[in-house]
Design a protein around this ligand. Sequence first.
Ligand code: PGA
Length: 267
Amino acid sequence: MAPAVSYQKPLIGTSWKMNKTNREAIAYLTRLQERVKTIAASVFILPPFSVLSDACKFLQHSGSNIIIGSQNVHWDDYGAFTGEVSAPMLKEIGCQFVEINHQERRRWFGETNETANWKIHAVLRHGMFPIICLGDEKREEWPLTEAFLRYQLLQLLTGIGPEVATNLILAYEPLWAIGAAEAAPTIHIAQVHSLLRQLLAEKYGETIANAIPLLYGGSVSRKNAAELSTLPNVDGLFIGRAALEADGLADLLEMALTSQQQSHSLC
Ligand code: PGA
């Protein structure tokens, strides 16, 4: 049976990508903790490998519930894979989340649907939560986008059964909106997230599909965080550049929460 899910929605976080030394990381986490102490959301940070152990220790020591995860993992538990890091290594230092299949891993490091699927299995096998990125590579007509996403999702989830599916987290990250001037249009995000929910329901049934958080990532910023977080089927945000400073992330969290509370009070 899957371990209990230890986070709540909205789920909002960032990958630092290849940024921050240990010293910079601890300064960031110190500031972030001050800002998010009383916040009713789950916050995750994905630092580079070199920082993970210190970040986990620092947060455990201070009793923080900020979640730490890694940006990659190898699919095997150990072996002759120079330069790689395995799921047991991540688990032992306290990582809970592992990001898989980010567009930059695909573009620069040859990640494919197949290797991403192996990695998802490894993460689940060790009781962690995979943040599975997926997304269209070009802006196309809806039927093409739909077919692309349907195919990619089913490939990524090959062999992942309902008994572990509630540990999945999906992040819709269209290549064309990452590192861009603007996020994807809200109408497009809403359409994709509703498709993803429907595909998950077809595979796992509605109850499990509704329990899987669907995050949006790609040029989330102060301009759009409030609006994006009230879209149907958007359960959280995955932020890059705008969260490279702790105050940037904390500000976006506050904006997202305020706008969610306002939209609930209007219902
Ligand atoms: P960005 O990055 O917010 O800087 O576009 C998003 C991502 O790569 O997840």
